[in-house]
Design a protein around this ligand. Structure first.
Ligand code: ADP
Ligand code: MG
Length: 327
């Protein structure tokens, strides 16, 4: 009798141990954050703990930096024109300025007066030329002055980190995974992908004119980020014309560069994010030129005719025959 009880106890203990380990070895969760869906898939010891810390990091950053949250330090900076910010926010703003210089001003976090004017989220009308001209006077990354942790916005400038935040957080969450020793993970911050792991995986690129989840080809790699920007992501329609959320800091209008989508591949998701947005403003030729002059990034650009342009070292395969290579 005693032996039977012992066997049953051991069996229960085994079941419990197996259940415990399978639960912490593979973890998947989606949360609505940063105005999009964030999904983390992680495998390995500590997968759950690490994933929860990643979500906490994203939540904290959103509270600190979102322009939609009045108490965020970015909102307070925009309101007052001068504010002392936390180290991490100052670092990101400095990096954003450097991406502006690299992209000849196509990526510019001071576009906020223009994004407010276009208000694509609740779009109701096309702004007038004089409204655009007024807003443009406030735009320019040289209006951001940084001294230690104090950021000063000159000439009525306002900033929005929306074009770079997801990339930055993809890098930060990848670091959290590495800190916990999680070997395999796919971090998806609203299309900003970061893959961690030994095995190369295929990352499908969204057909910019197709249904969500319809891919026209794939990038293959490991421990890399793939970031896609395009007007098709968020847009409004009026009188048969589409207006989208990527604004040209040059003319103050929704970017009309002929680029439907730009995907940038590299180790720094932050950099990929900034450059992907910039390519949508700059167009195919200048976009390719910038990426080809960067040693650590590649890109896949799709134009309005489904012609696909690749940077010199891009590892991309077209799978949809409606798309053709342009270079
Ligand atoms: P998504 O947010 O869809 O991933 P992006 O990374 O391209 O796309 O970022 C678009 C967001 O960045 C916009 O919603 C806006 O807040 C901001 N933005 C728009 N145009 C620019 C620009 N030229 N430079 C920097 N940020 C921009
Ligand atoms: Mg971006």
């Amino acid at each position: 009798m005693k032996r039977k009880i012992l066997i049953v106890c051991i069996a229960f203990a085994l079941i419990f141990v197996c259940a415990y380990f399978s639960e912490i070895r593979a973890y998947q969760k989606t949360e609505f954050l940063l105005d999009t869906y964030v999904t983390i898939n992680a495998r390995g010891f500590n997968a759950k703990k690490a994933s929860e810390e990643c979500f906490a990091k994203i939540r904290d950053f959103e509270q600190k930096c979102s322009v939609y949250i009045e108490s965020s330090e970015i909102s307070r900076l925009n309101k007052t024109g001068e504010f002392s910010l936390e180290d991490e926010t100052v670092r990101l703003i400095k990096n954003a300025k450097a991406y502006s210089a690299k992209t000849r001003g196509a990526f510019d976090i001071t576009v906020k007066p223009l994004t407010d004017l276009w208000n694509i989220k609740n779009f109701s009308r096309v702004p007038t030329d004089s409204e655009i001209a007024e807003a443009l006077k406030k735009v320019g990354y040289n209006n951001i002055k940084i001294s230690n942790n104090t950021v000063c916005l000159e000439n009525g400038a306002q900033i929005d980190l929306g074009g770079i935040a997801k990339g930055y957080l993809a890098d930060e969450t990848a670091k959290i995974m590495q800190k916990y020793g999680v070997k395999d993970a796919i971090l998806d911050l609203g299309g900003n992908i970061y893959t961690l792991g030994k095995k190369e995986i295929k990352i499908g690129l969204q057909n910019p004119s197709g249904a969500r989840g319809e891919y026209f080809g794939y990038v293959e790699g490991n421990n890399i980020s793939v970031v896609t920007s395009g007007g098709y992501e968020r847009f409004a329609e009026l009188n048969g014309k589409k207006y989208h959320h990527i604004i040209s800091p040059f003319d103050g209008k929704c970017a009309e560069s002929g680029v439907l989508s730009a995907s940038v591949i590299g180790k720094s998701s932050e950099k990929c994010d900034a450059l992907a947005t910039a390519i949508c403003v700059l167009g195919v030729k200048d976009g390719l030129e910038i990426i080809n002059s960067e040693p650590d990034t590649e890109c896949v650009i799709v134009d309005e005719n489904n012609v696909v342009y690749l940077s010199d070292g891009a590892n991309f395969k077209i799978t949809d025959e409606k798309f053709i290579r342009g270079n």
